[in-house]
Design a protein. Structure first.
Lengths: 502, 502
């Protein structure tokens, strides 16, 4: 067949748009209604299942929306792990909400690209506004606000935030060393054995020698927090060898166990040695909207160069949304700015850093990519639709559920809570020593997940296999947590009985 | 006020979800109906305008959706540049479509995070399927398909694709040099003066010495293409100085002028010197769905190590969506993989590279970030809903409109087309020499944009100020291009008249 006549396709015809979109809304409303009936982890774990079901090539001719949605229902859904299931307790939950969804739809539909201020002034400014709002809500010092000389940007992920701040720190340090690019060989990054893998990946990405990444051990005695004294000792050793301390990552709420590093003490070490301190509060930063959970992050945050947290984890904001604040944006823009002619503005309107106090920010210079989505809209919708008090209640509800689970585990003599619960993550296991008990815990987790009635993940600490239950789903209620505990208990009963019979 | 009772918020209550979402659908359908009535570039360019309109802090209590949408209409819309306006001809258009919107909504609503295969097998596999479909559609050789030993991944932007491939190339080269991390000081990246700023930013980001980034001049004689002989000469000089050629970026459809680098010839140079060849077809890659536009990319693509193109530019896919294919994924995963315990799978189901042939890919190791959105859904929806032939017709329509505009410019003796039109970008200006004529062209562009009836951007080549008209909006029809030309002519009439009067 030859080419279609010009203008045949009307990709944004309002009526088709409304009809197709409404079909998806119905689909999703039905999905939310039924999501607790699906096995939480993908029903089918046969590799290649979906590839076999789909044709080898794209269709030549367009198809109606209903046919596509039928295929989603039949072919795709059984191969999805249902992150919005109320019984999803794995990794850290990535919660969704109607408000974030509405804001995201609006942003996707408007499809503006606020890379330079003039390319959509209100989009850039709304981002500066919500970043200031968020900083105040979680109790960050004024130096991270636009009015206080700092500022914030919405990244896609903590990894992007870490890469950008590492690059900023790297260039600042190399300028100080003053021996040219060879300086990069001397730079050292510090993290703990509990720090997210993102730090190591990011350090490698920005060209820090892999041998200059220090993984400092933590212990149960310190609650798996990074001890400032250990960092100090490591740094002294490196300095004595002629190396240059570059970057220290402090985590509030580690991924494995929810541990909290002492921000103030680490900040003191960082300051003393001219290091960049980044505070990664990806998960637990959300809890800082509540006064009773704020201390970990707020105490010492004024010593940090940058702070990040992910509204897409536990702040009701659909993927992807990571808040990054910096105390001095010029370090960021020095490392990341570009100024090609095709992005300049000929209309006599100044954009860019000079006007950052007004929110006239060229955000392309605050991130890895040039192009960017209008992410501020969805976070603004969440804050407006639920209000700070609504979100506090939401967080407190999850923490209460985790507390209940922790007490339940403590009340069953066969189990132990492995690390102090903080926020909404409970790490537990069947008691005992040696490899055998690890095997039993592994089997327990596999059986729980295999039942389809809950999904949890694991961690290994000091050689022990630990089961993680992370509460944080938008639809999770106390009854789901109770069901999960009953499931764990019943599954353990059965497993232990079978073991005795063997 | 104290904390709210647990479970007060129901963020995914299906009825609220449907009501809030439907309000946004209505809003957007109305927006598409009226978008041609808005000034294309933001009506207000007063820095800080939106910040002044909004409160200093987030609200304490939630608000109804209608109130929020009213604020969007009143406060935000006047500060947006309307990228979906049919008269948006600036930068490169970022087109939207009902199908991509529907797919994106589904992905946002399901909110699954397919970073490892088991975290949503069907999401990872759908991505491998659509990447193979896309590779075939634009005529890439089999080596970029999963079945052919290669594979593809959806990134957020070309910059991410460039950073990932630079990191892969860097680690491959350093392993070859074999002198440890010091090798990074010897690595050299090559691009032309027309290559996107992304290459330079990316090279800096991954730690390549800024002094080792070569910007090779192009000329009008070569149509602003990067001549293989120039690269060869530069490379020989660097090799003689003990440096190591690392990475060469060939562009099909440059941002400034739409120039096309000779992929095969550059590939030969790259092969001879062991360089990584990346082909950046961010914009023009979409045109390769049409046989008549395929040659530029297809001829020599088998010599490339990686190829990227952005469906979010001219392939009906809302932001963000960048296809990256690599011939050998192990280079990518060697540079980008992490394997922390909390992401391992205890259930006896293997994920990861070993099974990539089945689509069981752990995509976290193919990109910068760990977390990721389910981007494949929207691209799949575009391909299904419109079919290859529908998309070809769409592309051909835009090319025909650009051809018309080019002829119109050629037919008015006061104007000239500055670079050979390829695809849908026309670069033109009022004729003449010297700075004065640049000033007139600047004024012309400022007046056109200031009218609110079209939005174009500019470029500077060989000292000449050039106006760029890029056709590619989802709602752009021939009449909008005709109107734009009439606007340019009328504005020029007026400007030239005023100048004569001065």
């Amino acid at each position: 067949m030859g080419s279609l006549p010009v203008d045949t396709l009307q990709p944004l015809d309002p009526d088709t748009f409304a009809a197709d979109s409404s079909a998806v809304i119905d689909f999703l409303a039905g999905y939310y209604r039924d999501v607790d009936k699906y096995p939480v982890r993908a029903a089918s774990l046969e590799p290649g299942r979906l590839r076999k079901l789909l044709p080898d090539s794209a269709p030549e001719w367009g198809e109606p929306m209903d046919a596509i949605l039928d295929d989603v229902r039949r072919d795709v859904l059984p191969g999805l792990t249902h992150w919005q299931s109320p019984s999803f307790f794995a990794y850290f939950p990535m919660n969704a909400s109607s408000a974030a969804f509405a804001g995201e739809m609006l942003s996707v539909g408007l499809n503006v690209v606020p890379f330079v201020w003039v390319a959509s002034p209100a989009a850039a400014e709304l981002e500066t506004v919500v970043m200031d709002w968020m900083a105040k809500l979680i109790g960050l010092p004024d130096r991270f606000l636009f009015g206080g000389g700092g500022g914030g940007v919405l990244q896609g992920s903590t990894c992007e935030a870490v890469v950008c701040t590492l690059a900023a720190a790297r260039d600042r340090a190399m300028a100080r060393i003053g021996i040219g690019h060879e300086g990069i060989l001397k730079l050292v990054v510090y993290a703990s054995d509990q720090t997210h893998a993102t730090s190591q990946k990011g350090a490698r990405l920005v060209g820090i020698p892999p041998a200059n990444f220090r993984v400092i051990p933590t212990s149960s005695a310190d609650g798996y927090a990074l001890a400032a004294s250990s960092v100090h000792a490591e740094v002294e050793r490196d300095v004595a060898r002629g190396l240059v301390p570059l970057y220290l990552c402090a985590t509030v709420g580690t991924t494995g166990l929810g541990a909290v590093d002492p921000v103030r003490e680490l900040g003191d070490v960082a300051r003393r040695h001219g290091m960049w301190l980044h505070v990664d509060a990806a998960y637990a930063g959300a809890a800082a909207v509540c006064a009773e959970h704020r201390g970990h992050l707020a105490d010492g945050a004024e010593l940090a160069d940058s702070v990040s947290m992910n509204p897409h984890k536990w702040f009701l904001t659909n993927m992807d949304c990571c808040c990054l604040w910096v105390a001095d944006p010029t370090h960021l823009t020095a490392a990341l700015s570009t100024d090609p002619e095709y992005l300049r503005n000929v209309d006599g309107v100044a954009g860019g850093e000079k006007l950052a106090g007004d929110g006239a920010v060229d955000y392309k210079d605050w991130q890895i990519s040039l192009s960017r989505r209008f992410r501020a809209m969805k976070l603004w919708f969440v804050l407006r639709r639920y209000g700070a008090e609504g979100i506090r209640g939401y967080i407190r509800g999850h923490v209460a559920m985790a507390e209940w689970f922790e007490r339940a585990v403590g009340g069953d003599g066969r189990f132990e809570v492995v690390a102090k619960r903080r926020f909404s993550l409970v790490c537990f296991r069947l008691r005992g020593d040696g490899e055998e008990v690890d095997g039993v815990n592994r089997e327990l987790l596999a059986a729980v997940n295999g039942s389809g009635r809950a999904f949890m993940t694991h961690f290994v600490v000091e050689g022990k296999f630990v089961i993680r239950l992370a509460v944080g789903g938008a639809m999770t209620e106390m009854r789901h947590v109770r069901d999960a505990w009953e499931l764990v208990q019943r599954t353990a009963d059965q497993l232990l009985l079978e073991r005795r019979r063997r």
